[in-house]
Design a protein around this ligand. Sequence first.
Ligand code: FES
Length: 76
Amino acid sequence: MSDNQPRTVRIVPSGPVMVQGPVRIEMPDGSIVESDRFMVAICACKRSKDYPFCDTSHRCKRRAEATAKASDKRSA
Ligand code: FES
């Protein structure tokens, strides 16, 4: 990829921010985290055990919400 080409960044609703790699992430404590993957999922929910990368932990809350909604519909 040329430096003149814009990178694609895609925000996944209730999920990660997908960024075209490779990436160099500067953490709040000043440390640097790098990934050379083609597409990198950056955690936006802060529940990932592999933060700053997404480990799909965001899905747990969504699954719990879906289960609660289904339960509400059954009891209505
Ligand atoms: S966005 Fe996926 S674990 Fe946080």
